[in-house]
Design a protein around this ligand. Structure first.
Ligand code: BTN
Length: 221
């Protein structure tokens, strides 16, 4: 699959740029990478600290609306596999979109969907590679520290690209398999996410008090 790649030394936000490519330039899939972001965004309107040396990667592509929710779990699992390829241990997944190493946040994912004729998914991934910000609410870490090596950013980008092309974009998703794997690596083993299909809807219950609601999506699974 050919995915155009947009490389920036500096950009406001790779996710915002993806949005403008879809809506203004009618480019419907691609990858955006930046060395640093000046307005990096996290979830809940938070800022995402984006100095040089860490990874800022956004991939966007058309998607069936019915697959939107499932993909967020699959993406976390793909990133977990990539981190594992660096022989990192104790990698866990935290609701809704974070990855932790030894209970310290190393990666955040900002998934956004837009409708512009069709549905498009924008997946923004931030991985702490060379440094991690000090955050009051949770501890953080970075890959070079955990691996005691200097991780090559280009290699990391290639791994991400390959994972999306081989296992995510235009694939059929088995909710059963995704749910089983996700819960296997959940951050807090006593707080599983409850996935179920009911009336052709994907239902899941979040373990986080902040998101403690049942979310409903029409599902094809
Ligand atoms: C979070 O944990 O709150 C999500 C952080 C997502 C950060 C990434 S970095 C690449 C992409 N561009 C952004 O502005 N945000 C995402």
């Amino acid at each position: 699959m050919s995915l155009p790649i947009f490389n920036f030394t500096k950009i406001e936000s790779t996710n915002d740029f993806a949005r403008s490519l879809i809506t203004e330039h009618k480019i419907f899939k691609g990858i955006i990478i930046a060395d640093e972001q000046t307005k990096g965004r996290g979830r809940y309107g938070n800022q995402w600290s984006s100095p040089i040396g860490n990874l800022y990667f956004t991939i966007f592509f058309p998607i069936l609306r019915t697959n939107l929710k499932k993909i967020q779990f699959l993406v976390q699992l793909q990133i977990r596999n990539i981190l594992k390829s660096y022989k990192i241990k104790n990698i866990t997944l935290k609701w809704p979109n974070d990855l932790y190493i030894n209970k310290k946040k190393v990666c955040g994912i900002l998934q956004e969907s837009i409708v512009s004729g069709r549905f498009f998914l924008i997946v923004g991934i931030g991985i702490n590679v060379k440094s991690s910000p000090k955050i009051k609410k949770y501890p953080t870490t970075y890959l070079n520290k955990e691996t005691k090596k200097k991780i090559n950013l280009n290699e990391l980008v290639e791994k991400l690209k390959k994972a999306f092309v081989s296992n995510v974009i235009d694939k059929k998703y088995s909710l059963k398999k995704i749910a089983k794997n996700w819960n296997k690596y959940a951050f807090n083993i006593n707080k599983f996410i409850n996935f179920k299909i009911n009336n052709n809807c994907l239902l899941y219950t979040s373990p986080s008090p902040r998101d403690l609601s049942t979310s409903r999506m029409p599902s094809s699974a």
